[in-house]
Ligand binder design. Structure first.
Ligand code: NAP
Length: 273
């Protein structure tokens, strides 16, 4: 077990930290008493403690004394402040995982010297244990550090490893992806209502159809194009629907969305580096 004996410290106890803590505890990967959290919001800390049984500490500096594996879970705007807080106390025993959007491993290493850093881009579906995460190691990260990060993020979904230069593309695809899927779901539900279905029924059928299609791709390993072809009979209903989708430029619209979001992520990553 790659996490054996490690004490884990979350810098920031927000929404994402809570979902990870939940996944780690639920899957028996770490016991609650081995997890420490720092956060400026006392009430938030108290709530987390009551909900999950983790330990809380007074500040970020104290967190570095309590844990070896430090997980940065704050918003990008405060990461410099957090790194400046912990810098003086970082020792050889420490390693860092950051899932702060747009912050490079180089930037973190510029504060923490030779500390092993793993950077992760994840998404909101971690909250329901169906996250899609991509990760990469910094200059000083070894395979054991990557394995630890994989174990942690696997507790709340699927994980892949990529080169750091691809993380903007990951942001554009799966980071922003839940929003694209919600728009598609909403549009299909509205369409169901338009053709006469009660909204509740349209919602149940649409969400299950999206879930089922994704599961078919995952579980059969078939190319989605082949699975699509299997649904279409010549001159049939799906064929008529497909023509309308192509006529509306759905594919190129989705590709444009991913390209625009990737470009935006590249621009935003030019901030603190
Ligand atoms: N939510 C997502 O779907 C998602 C997806 C991918 C990546 N991410 C990344 O995950 C990170 C966390 O997102 P989130 O949604 O969990 O944010 P969040 O709920 O706002 O959590 C951040 C927490 O950090 C606390 N904090 C602020 N300053 C701090 C400091 N100096 N030291 C320690 N803690 C501090 C905040 O407290 P206050 O509220 O009191 O300021 C808050 O409780 C972000 O960098 C985001 O880019 C999020």
């Amino acid at each position: 077990m790659p996490l054996d004996g490690q004490l884990i410290g979350f810098l920031g106890g927000g929404v994402m930290a809570e979902s990870l803590i939940g996944g780690l505890i639920k899957n028996g990967i770490v016991k609650p008493e081995k997890i420490f959290v720092s956060d400026p919001d006392e009430e938030r800390l108290q709530l987390l403690k009551e909900k999950t049984g983790i330990k809380t500490v007074a500040d970020n500096l104290q967190l570095t004394q309590s844990a070896q594996l430090l997980i940065i879970a704050v918003k990008p705007q405060v990461i410099s402040e957090v790194l400046a807080d912990i810098k003086q106390n970082i020792k050889a025993e420490h390693s860092v995982i950051s899932f702060v959007a747009g912050i490079s491993t180089d930037y973190i290493e510029s504060y923490l010297g030779g500390t092993p850093v793993v950077r992760v881009m994840t998404n909101t579906a971690c909250l329901v244990s169906e996250g899609a995460s991509a990760l990469c190691g910094g200059k000083y990260a070894e395979s054991k550090h990557i394995d630890i990060a994989k174990t942690i993020f696997s507790s709340v979904g699927k994980v892949v490893t990529v080169k750091e230069e691809l993380l903007d593309a990951v942001t554009g695809l799966s980071g922003s992806g839940p929003a694209y899927m919600y728009v598609i779901l909403e549009a299909l539900i509205d369409a169901g209502v338009r053709v006469g279905l009660p909204r509740k029924v349209a919602t149940a059928l649409t969400t299950q159809t999206m879930l089922g299609a994704a599961k078919m791709v995952l579980e059969t390993g078939e190319h989605p194009g082949r699975l699509k072809d299997m649904v279409i009979t010549p001159g049939g209903t799906t064929s008529a629907g497909m023509y309308a989708l192509e006529d509306g430029g759905l594919r190129v619209t989705l590709m444009n969305a991913v390209m625009a979001a990737t470009e935006q992520s590249k621009q935003m990553s030019k901030g603190p580096k």
